[in-house]
Design a protein. Sequence first.
Length: 180
Amino acid sequence: MQVNRKLANEELGRPSVEEFKRSSKNPIVVVLDNVRSFNNVGSVFRTSDAFAIESIALCGITAQPPHREINKTALGATESVDWEYFSDTLDAIKVLKSKGYLVYAIEQAENSISLEQFKVNVGEKIAIIMGHEVNGVSQEAINMADGVIEIPQDGTKHSLNISVSAGVVLWDLIAKIKKA
């Protein structure tokens, strides 16, 4: 039987915040469309750090660092991941599109693309919109998006917490980018 020794933090080879800031990033921006939970915001920062995404756009009522409640789940990722605040999600989408990003809402919608079927092309810059915990991504943001990606689900709830959804989608997109 193989024994797997858990690695100590010192063995993980983690970069410093300064090294991380200078490193190349995956061409993905996460847009938080009126996310109300400080814990979700912090978790998205932490996940974004883990996957070395370019930045986060915090929109509308979404809380901004520094904030004690965000820091509880971000564990310092608000210092490593770049972010920008927009009072309106539609303004963030316009800016991202002007910079050449393809923008996709993560939502359950007519004519959505299953995450399993979504394809990433070499050199594409992608922005994903994650929505409000109850209301989801606003219809106006969906209307401006280049498409809608849906996470396939088989359970009775057909709903995932946005921090979980962000982890699932970012992991999948990064895997596809690395294969492309």
